[in-house]
Design a protein around this ligand. Structure first.
Ligand code: GAP
Length: 498
């Protein structure tokens, strides 16, 4: 992760927000290459999920909506995480990410250990327990350390569990619910009636507009509404770079189906569609797995949820949630707004409130997954044929920030420069391409490899003196071949837009 964060900063993908003021935890800015990559991910998703399908319509709703929407959706009362504060260090932890265990020697509890969730948490806790036993000079067998998360702590344990910040007991509070929605005030009044929320998900904007789209569009069941947009959550512990941030973007679909539809099959189809899409933008299939939520852990209205997990640098974590939410959301809005959410289905001649399948994906998390999958260190021959280490981002051409780089072989030969400039201008009309005339050609290739540009195009003397062909270099194999301008454009079209 550190290497990815370093590369992102160095090459202008992602910067900490407000960096000149020391940064702002949980917020990130996207630089020149990051914004291209981000836009390309969003465009690919929109193209595949909305433009290339007949059953999905697009929407762009506001970030701040009527506060009653969040009452109806259950967010005002229920959208919170359990947190625990350390009174001494002032640090705050998510209670379900803070693990603790009693240290029991010869049947007697001689202290407690605590550890913040991490892959090595068991090892760390066992080492700390052995230290406690040694310091207490207690004879006897140390019983196995069984970690529980802090939401399971009992009141009599609050003063005994050490704070991970200070290592001493007595400063942790009881777990408390911490509201995740950011509040703001709308209008001139400063009282409670002015309270509004920054949306914590784009989904509710879809439900709130469902009737508008049914009434004005030509949709028929089953159909979906898609939206890409910002979401905000006051995460207690934003971490792992852009994986969990406080301002992020979502790409969500609510797919409306008949209550009598075979939802299990449709759910499976959506899971497969989502996996195929992730693979189509360059994520290795073997790094994607399915986490099926057990029935007893589902919300009461939910029929099934499968999370698509990805091997991030910090472990296997949720990337895309695909939930079957029944008719809960539409029914809630029908109840709170007093507006009917029924639809007339021509095919079955029935009226009903549809059920939904909800594939919900984070743009920033997808970008981190894409960076993780693309980040490669290998060896390639340099100009003199000697093997040299290189850092390369193997982005799919579909989402690569820069699609191709155009190089005149030599910068002091006007005829090469002129020809290269002409090709650059031509390609620039369609794609984000880059012109680079400075330095040895090998170094120019390497600079592009590091930002993931899939194709290098060199204009040399054969181009101007012989057949007009250019050299096309493949970033991953470093293979070069000569192609005509027409062949080049056709090839780029297939690779980038295909
Ligand atoms: N409407 C359903 C919903 O919002 P979610 O599981 O809370 O479900 C969906 O969020 C997706 O949004 C997640 O799978 C993840 O990709 C992304 N996401 C959620 N919280 C995030 C955060 N704090 N930072 C970045 N991405 C986040």
């Amino acid at each position: 992760m550190e290497e990815i964060v370093g590369l992102c900063k160095r090459r202008g993908f992602i910067f900490p927000s407000s960096e000149i003021y020391g940064g702002y935890n949980g917020f990130y800015d996207y630089g020149p290459l990051g914004v291209e990559l981000r836009n390309n991910i969003k465009q690919a998703w929109w193209r595949d999920m909305v433009l290339r399908r007949d059953d999905i319509e697009g929407l762009d709703s506001t970030i701040i909506m009527h506060p009653d929407i969040w009452k109806a959706s259950g967010h005002v009362d229920g959208f919170s995480d359990p947190m625990v504060d350390c009174r001494e260090s002032k640090l705050r932890y998510r209670a379900d990410q803070l693990f603790f265990a009693p240290v029991i020697v010869a049947g007697e509890t001689i202290g407690y250990v605590s550890v913040v969730e991490c892959p090595e948490q068991q090892e760390i806790a066992e080492k700390a327990a052995a230290d406690i036993k040694r310091k207490a000079a207690k004879q006897g067998t140390l019983e196995p350390i069984v970690l529980k998360d802090y939401t399971e702590s009992k009141p009599e344990e609050y003063d005994l569990v050490p704070s991970p910040a200070t290592g001493k007991p007595g400063s942790l509070t009881a777990p408390r619910e911490f509201k995740l929605m950011f509040e703001t005030k709308v209008g001139p009044l400063a009282d409670e009636s002015a309270v509004a929320y920054l949306r914590p998900e784009t989904a509710q904007g879809i439900f709130a507009n469902y009737k508008n789209i049914v009434d004005t569009g030509r949709v028929k069941i089953p159909f979906g509404i898609a939206q890409i947009g910002k979401a905000f959550r006051n995460e207690i512990t934003p971490r792992n770079f852009i994986f969990r941030s406080r301002e992020f973007e979502q790409m969500e679909i609510e797919y409306f189906i008949s209550p009598s539809a075979d939802w299990k099959t449709l759910h499976r189809e959506w899971i497969d569609t989502c996996i195929d899409w992730l693979v189509s933008i360059g994520l290795p299939r073997e790094d994607i797995s399915e986490d099926i939520h057990p029935e007893d852990k589902l919300a009461f209205y939910s029929r099934a949820t499968t999370d698509l997990m990805f091997q991030f640098p910090h472990g296997e974590q949720e990337l895309w949630g695909v939930a079957c939410r029944g008719d809960y959301d539409l029914m809630q809005h029908q109840k709170h707004s007093g507006k009917s959410m029924t639809i007339f289905d021509e095919a079955s001649k029935e009226k009903f409130v549809p059920h939904v399948i909800e594939p919900s994906l984070g743009v920033d998390r997808t970008l981190l997954a894409v960076l993780t999958a693309a980040y490669t260190q290998d060896e390639v021959p340099n100009d003199k044929g000697v093997a040299e280490k290189r850092l390369v981002l193997k982005f799919s051409p579909k989402i690569a920030p820069v699609k191709a780089a155009i190089f005149p072989l030599l910068k002091n030969k006007p005829e090469l420069v002129e020809r290269a400039q002409a090709l650059y201008k031509k390609l620039q009309r369609r794609w984000n391409v880059f012109y680079d005339a400075s330095g040895a050609i090998g170094r120019r290739y390497r600079r592009q490899d590091e930002i993931g540009t899939p194709f290098g195009i060199t204009i040399d003397f054969d181009t101007i003196e012989k057949d007009g062909t250019v050299t096309l270099r493949d970033r991953d194999t470093c293979e070069q071949r000569r192609v005509t301008e027409d062949e080049l454009i056709q090839f780029l079209e297939e690779q980038i837009d295909g």
